[in-house]
Design a protein around this ligand. Sequence first.
Ligand SMILES: Cc1cc2nc3c(=O)[nH]c(=O)nc-3n(C[C@H](O)[C@H](O)[C@H](O)COP(=O)(O)OP(=O)(O)OC[C@H]3O[C@@H](n4cnc5c(N)ncnc54)[C@H](O)[C@@H]3O)c2cc1C
Length: 432
Amino acid sequence: MEVTIVGAGLVGCLLACYLSRRGHEVTLYERRPDPRTAGAERGRSINLAISERGIDALRRLGLAEEVLAEALPMPGRMMHATDGALTFQPYSADGSHAINSISRAALNRKLLDAAEAHPNVTARFGHRLAGIGNGTLEFETDGGPVTEKGQQVVIGADGAYSAVRARLQALQGTDFSQEYLDYGYKELTIPPKLGEFAFDPGALHIWPRGRSMMIALPNPDRSFTCTLFWPHEALAGLDTPERVRAHFTQEYPDAAEVMPHLASDYARNPVGHLVTMRCDPWHGEVGGMLIGLVGDAAHAIVPFYGQGANCGFQDCVELDRCLEETGDDFAGALELFQRRKADTDVIARLALDNFVEMRDKVGSRVFLAQKRIEHALERMLPGRYVSRYELVSFTTTPYAEVERRIARQRRWAGTSAAALLIAGAVTWKKWR
Ligand SMILES: Cc1cc2nc3c(=O)[nH]c(=O)nc-3n(C[C@H](O)[C@H](O)[C@H](O)COP(=O)(O)OP(=O)(O)OC[C@H]3O[C@@H](n4cnc5c(N)ncnc54)[C@H](O)[C@@H]3O)c2cc1C
């Protein structure tokens, strides 16, 4: 089949690899210039964490090793208290599993190279999809509007504010909702300190402060990219260099000490929005063409579980599976692919819940004790008791199945605790 993919971001490029491997002719249209020659776009997150779901999708194409060679493993979280105390909490029971910090731009470049290495993939940059007509796709380019003949299948991988989805939303029977958090985010930088990392690069650093939160992920150049999450009006309230410095010195003193360009970075860098988008169904027929959605275009989520791109990569594996099951009948495959919505709804909810955990709870003694108990249970009952974080980040278990399993484990743990209590009470009575 001839397939158009709109959006050559992370998911669009990976999907191009999967579809071309199946023998389809793929044309990728991207609104930006080629990032391999034009450099990265400002205002997008600089790095992100890739974990098992993303790695599995890359591994199936033989790309995982090459991608991970440029990533920095983070086997746990490092919590920073206001008095400078540090607490490390491993992500997995035996400390052996890590999420991986990677540059978004480097990952995008690698995936573009991988897609274009297939002779049946063509990428066209500087083409912003502006509309879908009757069998045609309308693009805005630097040279003016361009109309292209639409191919049989058009997949929207054009991100949270998808133009393809906008056209699908106009169809009768399509449900759509968008939910903004009243929090925004701002990216800041901790440069290398005397040529070395200012903090331990083997951790995702968190400064949990209740109403606000800052995180930092390491980069191969020994810097850290920090993301400050805060309500919009609070972010706007730091409107002078003095206020920025004073606030950071009070709330994030150890970070402020190693951020020489803090005030200028704060003034210059844009505030990002955090949104959850839900659309149902993800496919339809527009202008005689089959339309489908993947990645953020189908289900943008907030970043607090570090799963947006991982989930989008897993979409590609699942769509590939649906094509396999339907003998490459795209209409049938896109309909079957809708079964993934149960999973993406779950991760959308978990990502929102995790914001509260990261912002409010990770610094508390009770939370840390709970995590220690959870890890002890995992070690005592290997394979029988597995934490939600482990299942989400270090397995490819469908997200909805993760939730069913957690519910089963909780019921079982509750019953076992009750049985232990009764047995204890009986023994105590006899002994007395
Ligand atoms: C602050 C932050 C931190 C994050 N951290 C993580 C993390 O740690 N781990 C993780 O897995 N995920 C993370 N995410 C989520 C992740 O960035 C997204 O889920 C992922 O980028 C989605 O990929 P995508 O290809 O679907 O969309 P995008 O990456 O948005 O790519 C869409 C592409 O389509 C192009 N495009 C848009 N409109 C058009 C148009 N009209 N015509 C043509 N092209 C168009 C864009 O230029 C872009 O190249 C984070 C997100 C944010 C905001």
